[in-house]
Design a protein around this ligand. Structure first.
Ligand code: CP
Ligand code: NVA
Length: 314
């Protein structure tokens, strides 16, 4: 195994990792997943604790972090109500400096990326982003693991993301450039991804052989793609805009007609929760090419690997 340069580190976005570190997390996840399924249930993080703070709703992230922490032999401390962390006007500084006296890593789902950055600045323990308005790195790791399982590789594959230029679009851009993929993002012009994130990814792409294409044409993006991926048009926090967004994303639904343009052996992915009938049809969600539940399961394996690597003694 390569040297673990991730010990003690934060993961606030995928670009916090080098391409080698990104691959190390995937390799570790694959190895831990196989071992667990073979009945090898060792506990590399016995005696440790992880604070899992959820400031937005969650099914997959909360469950997979809680169970993953338990499977590592560590104690998951879930703070997901309005009465614990960051809820009483206590500063981020004081909250973080208290928490790190109890736990060995902090997992935080929140709104602003700046809050994660601030927690990480105060914390002497690893901080992991469990989704912010800008990034969802753990989902990117799980999705890369899933693509690798189904396609045998990542480098050179074409991934087409169709939808909102949101936290998932940013994450797939970062995932793609770290893995040397051809990333195509199709979005309505008024829902473009951050130009700053795009520029950061464009800088890294030549180092890994990745390519990036931004378009407002979903059909062009999907043509010949190996992976077709979408996300909700109404992210957490956007609920008031739901009806307006339905109109703004017209023509961006992933349906059987759009999927037919992809490679014959293309897979369909969605981080979930999906709004069936909006960004994707039932027909695609439930098709044999859909790997959405493998993708959901891999949240557990990817995050377990990440946690075990960042919590390893330096
Ligand atoms: N994909 C994902 O993060 O799901 P949850 O919002 O349910 O955690
Ligand atoms: N873009 C979605 C992802 C949910 C996992 C959101 O932020 O709500």
């Amino acid at each position: 195994m390569s040297q673990n340069t991730l010990a003690g580190r934060d993961c606030l976005r995928l670009l916090d990792l080098t391409p080698e570190e990104f691959a190390l997390v995937l390799d570790t996840a694959a190895q831990q997943k196989a071992a667990w399924k073979d009945g090898v249930h060792d506990a590399p993080c016995a005696g440790k604790s992880v604070a899992i703070i959820m400031e937005k709703p969650s099914l997959r992230t909360r469950s997979s972090f809680e169970i993953g922490t338990y499977r590592l032999g560590a104690h998951p401390l879930v703070l997901d109500d309005d009465h614990s962390a960051f809820s009483r006007g206590e500063t981020v500084q004081d909250t973080t400096l208290v928490l790190e006296r109890f736990v060995d890593a902090i997992v935080l789902r929140t709104y602003e990326q700046a809050k994660l950055v601030e927690v990480a600045q105060w914390a002497s323990i690893p901080v992991i982003n469990a989704l912010s308005d800008d990034f969802h790195p753990c989902q990117g790791l799980a999705d890369a693991l899933t693509i690798r399982e189904h396609k045998g590789t990542l480098a050179g594959l074409t991934i087409a993301y169709v939808g909102d230029g949101n936290n998932m679009a940013h994450t797939y851009l970062e995932m793609g450039v770290l893995a040397g993929m051809n990333v195509k993002l199709a979005f309505p012009a008024i829902h473009a991804p951050s130009s700053v994130v795009v520029a950061e990814c464009e800088k890294i792409a030549p180092m890994t052989g990745a390519t990036i294409e931004l378009t407002n044409d979903p059909r062009g993006a999907v043509a010949g793609a190996d992976v077709v991926i979408t996300d909700t048009w109404t992210s957490m926090g956007d609920e008031d805009e739901h009806d307006q967004r339905l109109a703004e994303f017209e023509g961006f639904q992933v349906n059987a007609e759009l999927m037919a343009l992809a490679a014959d052996d293309a897979i369909f992915m969605h981080c979930l929760p999906a709004h069936r009938g909006e960004e994707v049809t039932d027909e695609v969600m439930d098709a044999p090419c859909s790997v959405i539940f493998d993708e959901a399961e891999n949240r557990l394996h990817a995050q377990k690997a990440l946690l075990s690597l960042v919590m390893e003694a330096r």
